[in-house]
Design a binder for this molecule. Structure first.
Ligand code: ADP
Ligand code: 5GP
Length: 213
């Protein structure tokens, strides 16, 4: 692997739009792409795995990390604290691996203010009703919480304008293919490839002896 620094991809959009689903699947498809796991004070859901979905910590431990400046970004979302380790993200980027993370809309805005190079992707549902259905079908939130998330979504969707890319998550396979395409395209930006290209172009430089002459 080359000594290039990794890229940071942030995937945002309203709750229930499919961010986690898309991010989990794209990680399984794209090599050298890792998920930045958040710390949270929210109780663990039965399907969740510690260290894969979240690091579940007490409010006290979270506050200690926050006061010590260990979190690159943090927020209170629906009454619980969420944040990510600065060192963990930096370590992956330094090692040349790309980092992807899913985050709510306010968190994405906070990341943008860090003036860190990043690629931002907004996920939209095909309609309000489809979003409502996905949140209900997920069965992870009680109804008042679903209603609350939907009310917030009415405002959040307008933030699509602040992002580099927008994906409409209607058919999952198509949305996934688009997310993968964005990541691969960003990896192939000319300025990212300069170092690799130099080696190729070097073979085209004039020399005294041209093969066959
Ligand atoms: P988020 O991380 O944005 O809150 P999730 O990834 O948890 O959303 O997705 C919410 C629910 O919608 C899940 O039950 C998931 O399986 C489902 N889902 C995600 N994408 C699609 C899709 N394209 N079509 C149908 N259901 C979807
Ligand atoms: P959930 O509890 O449903 O897993 O997540 C609730 C919301 O918190 C989601 O919108 C999720 O993207 C967001 N979230 C997860 N981790 C972080 C984080 O580290 N920072 C911020 N700001 N939001 C996060």
């Amino acid at each position: 692997m080359s000594n290039k620094r990794g890229l940071l991809f942030i995937v945002s959009g309203p709750s229930g739009v499919g961010k986690s689903t898309l991010v989990n699947r794209v990680i399984a498809r794209v090599p050298d792409l890792v998920y930045a796991v958040s710390y949270t004070t929210r109780p663990q859901r039965p399907t969740e795995v510690e260290g894969r979905d979240y690091y579940f910590v007490s409010r006290r431990e979270f506050e200690r990390m926050r006061e010590a400046g260990e979190l690159i970004e943090w927020a209170e979302v629906y009454g619980y604290l969420y944040g990510r380790s600065r060192v963990a993200i930096e370590r992956e980027l330094e090692a040349g691996r790309d980092v992807i993370l899913s985050i709510d809309v306010q968190g994405a805005a906070a990341f943008r203010k860090l003036s860190l190079p990043l690629v931002s992707i907004f996920i939209l549902p095909p309609s309000f009703d489809v979003l409502a259905e996905r949140l209900r079908a997920r069965k992870t939130d009680a109804w008042p919480s679903v209603e609350h998330r939907l009310n917030i979504a009415r405002e959040e969707v307008w933030h699509y304008r602040d992002f580099d890319y927008v994906i409409l998550n209607d058919r999952l396979e198509e949305a996934l293919a688009l997310l993968e395409a964005i990541i691969l395209a960003e990896r192939h930006r000319r300025e990212r490839l300069e170092e690799d290209l130099r080696q190729v172009l070097h073979t085209f430089e004039r020399s005294d002896r041209v093969e066959g002459s």
